[in-house]
Write a protein that binds this ligand. Structure first.
Ligand SMILES: NC(=O)C1=CN([C@@H]2O[C@H](COP(=O)(O)OP(=O)(O)OC[C@H]3O[C@@H](n4cnc5c(N)ncnc54)[C@H](O)[C@@H]3O)[C@@H](O)[C@H]2O)C=CC1
Ligand SMILES: CC(C)CC(=O)C(=O)O
Ligand SMILES: [Mg+2]
Length: 368
């Protein structure tokens, strides 16, 4: 298979972990006989520095032509005081909107070996396996007006959704639930917000189209509490943009680190951008210690969702699992035992495992 992949490293640890994903994909290409061609384009703070624009038109054009996109992370203190239109985050929001990537899938799975890396009690975390389906192109991050008023004495942000925008993300979540444990939790603030009342109405209406899926509604404050007190209660969670942003960082605590979580941002036709859930982590950038697993698992999601390469995606996931099972982990995972590894070492261990596993599969099939 031949595929064109656009890499958007961005800023901070984004530039470090994207190298890991590329290395892993190169190993997959070699072992499974695919041709992946990578081109690098600017986004975020580094694009402000190079092009005076957090999302240069050339980046958007390249992304539109690509078979899939991998993004590291954007942002950093250097650009924090910039005016809103020159913030790195505008680049990320801009590419999501430009490609209509409305469905953000954020799987959260507690690895057995890392149960003690979570500050939560291991017996609570054990067996956690949930999927957050976050609406990604509407809500507060995109509403207008969003501005200071009265010489800075007041301010307004706007939370707007159309029924159609809610319907398509709710449909996506029901479809995900159908392929999993058939339990859907819709998270909103329908006791206060009009937008949430419409959200709940749409979920109730869509229920009839997916009779096998059990549906519940939770208010976001209670959902945040239940997510860490009873995480195995959840299968698929569907929620609007900002609630999804917040509860997914919270859910990462189940895995031991924000650096573990991957994501896929999808358009209706399957076009996708894949990125870890974390940001540019300025506190550890440049030290070679960033956890590459969220980024590497995002590359696996790319293989599965954009290229239908399920076996190859599984090869990456199995390699990650094995390296963790062998006791290796980056320093963000607070473990009492095991072997600490940096970004490059973790990546090389994962690559080695992919190569060894593929070689042994070949030997077994040759003798079969
Ligand atoms: N998708 C994106 O590009 C995102 C960008 N940001 C931006 O990133 C910058 C920093 O934001 P923060 O609030 O600090 O969030 P962050 O996600 O960058 O970091 C939060 C904490 O988690 C740790 N962490 C995150 N990823 C890690 C990894 N792979 N390995 C080890 N530790 C990891 C960091 O060291 C930090 O202590 C800001 O400019 C923000 O706007 C934030 C979230 C998402
Ligand atoms: C620019 C932010 C909305 C990025 C973020 O925190 C996210 O998508 O998780
Ligand atoms: Mg976030």
């Amino acid at each position: 298979m031949e595929k064109q992949i656009v890499l958007l490293p961005g800023d901070g640890i984004g530039t470090e972990v994207i190298k890991s994903a590329k290395k892993v994909l190169e190993a997959i290409a070699e072992e499974y006989h695919h041709t992946f061609t990578f081109t690098v384009h600017a986004i975020g703070g580094s694009a402000i520095d190079s092009n005076g624009d957090p999302l240069p038109p050339s980046t958007v054009e390249a992304c539109k032509k690509a078979d899939a996109i991998l993004l590291g992370a954007v942002g950093g203190p250097k650009w924090d005081q910039n005016p809103s239109h020159l913030r790195p985050e505008k680049g990320l929001l801009g590419i999501r909107k430009a490609l209509d990537l409305y469905a953000n899938l954020r799987p959260v799975k507690a690895f057995e070996k890392l149960l003690h890396a979570s500050p939560l009690k291991a017996d609570r975390v054990q067996g956690s396996d949930l999927l957050i389906v976050r609406e990604l192109t509407g809500g507060l991050y995109f509403g207008t007006p969003s501005e200071r008023r009265d010489d800075g004495k007041s301010v307004v942000d706007t939370l707007a959704y159309t029924r159609t925008e809610i319907e398509r993300i709710v449909d996506k979540a029901f479809q995900c639930a159908q392929g999993r444990k058939k339990h859907l939790t819709s998270v909103d603030k329908a006791n206060v917000l009009e937008s949430s009342k419409l959200w709940r109405e749409v979920v109730e209406q869509k229920k009839a189209d997916y009779p096998e899926v059990e549906v519940e509604h939770l208010l976001v404050d209670a959902a945040a509490m239940k997510l860490i007190t009873n995480p195995t209660h959840f299968d698929v969670i569907v929620t609007e943009n900002m609630f999804g942003d917040i509860i997914s960082d919270e859910a990462s605590v189940l895995t031991g680190s924000l650096g573990m979580l991957p994501s896929a941002s999808l358009r209706e036709d399957g076009v996708g951008l894949y990125e870890p859930v974390h940001g540019s982590a300025p506190d550890i950038a440049g030290q070679g210690v960033a956890n590459p697993i969220g980024m590497i698992l995002s590359a696996a999601m790319m293989l599965r969702h954009s290229f239908s390469l399920n076996e190859e995606a599984e090869a990456i996931e199995n390699a990650v699992q094995s390296v963790l099972d062998n006791g290796y982990h980056t320093p963000d995972l607070r473990m009492h035992n095991g072997q600490k590894a940096g970004t490059k070492e973790m990546t090389d261990l994962i690559v080695d495992h992919i190569k060894t596993a593929s070689a042994s599969t070949c030997i077994m099939s040759c003798y079969a």
